[in-house]
Design a protein around this ligand. Sequence first.
Ligand code: SF4
Ligand code: SF4
Length: 442
Amino acid sequence: MQYIDNIIFLVLLVAGFGLFAKSLQKIYRNIRVGRKINRSDRKPERWSTMARVAMGQSKMGKRPVAGILHLFVYVGFVIINIELIEIIVDGLFGTHRFLASIMGYGFYNFFTATLEVLALLVVIGVVIFFIRRNFYGVKRLTMKELFGWPRQDANWILIIEFALMMAFFTMNTSDWVLQQRGLLSEHGSFPISSTVFAPLFNSFGDGTLFFAERAAWWFHFVGILFFMNYLYYSKHLHIILAFPSTWYANLEKKGKFNNLESVTKEIKLMMDPNADPYAAPAEGAEAEAPSKFGAEDIFDLNQVQLLNAYSCTECGRCTSVCPANITGKKLSPRLILMKTRDRLEEVGRNIDKNGKFVDDGKKLLNDYITKEELWACTTCNACTEACPVLLDPLSIIFEMRRFLVMEQSAAPQELNLMMTNVENNAAPWQYNQADRLNWAND
Ligand code: SF4
Ligand code: SF4
């Protein structure tokens, strides 16, 4: 019987990690449909940004209550999963609380007590988040764009985390009561289970406790595997992808837009009769004009922008500070990233089905993101400033507008007029340069 347990455990373990690896591989493949971008400069700054923002959650502190609760859930959940190592060894070799033998019993007591306190903080965090999300009416968490799957997903994550923590306490409490009855050797210290939950378990018979301990142990193990594989379908992917997203973040000053090297070169040639048209491009610059200016579909976005789409936590902090959204325009920067991810997933399914992408007659522009949304943006950068994981929805808006202007000449009338004036009069106004000082005539 013991061996059957071990074999079932091994099969589940291999299947769980195998599926997870496959999902990660799919995400990596999907991101690579985007254009390459070189963000390997300023490495020390990138490492420190990642440590500060993704690991240290520095930007969460702007809203201290939510920030502290998020820290409870994040740190608690990650550290508690160290216990997965113990579960794996116990499951494979039929041992019981294996880490006690290698940590030493004194340190193991400290370790298990710490996990218990962290688990309690996770429970407090997820319960408050659930109430806040569903009953407290925080506008950015109850907006129409989250109706349906995004809202269910956010709730499911909280429910799964709660269930996993409860399984953890059930396992510890049963274990502790059995240890007190001398039916299991004494390992670990359980300050929460022994005080909060044990009074509920004391009346249970030995058989029930053994069953509860094993059932909770299996539930915890299968739950972690399920959670891991659920990530692919969830906004919760950010617990992994926030790290690369912050590493590859745009470190330039906000408001500095990327000029197209090829266009700059053309202008310089026009302005400078002595310029060498055959001069080699500067290091890091594009050698030739891109096949398309701006972005019409996800293939035209760069790989960091696609990584951003997968990393978005759908928290809505960007949308809640977006002046266009606040004043009732159709634009929501959160939705820009959500739609980009939806299109990316659609392309991924197309590749899965056909072996390579087969034109489906759809594009990110118009089929997902409308011109009205794009032109509502004031390019103020409030969204990029507010994002807790340094995502950049503005860069997607900007590239799509660049496509509309440079490839389709489809800018709004007001902009076309302004650009014609710049071209003819070297100023955005509709009069000749020579007339500029007419206002001072009298
Ligand atoms: S840059 Fe655009 S999308 Fe971002 S906050 Fe400003 S107006 Fe909104
Ligand atoms: S872009 Fe950033 S701020 Fe906006 S919803 Fe996504 S994670 Fe939150």
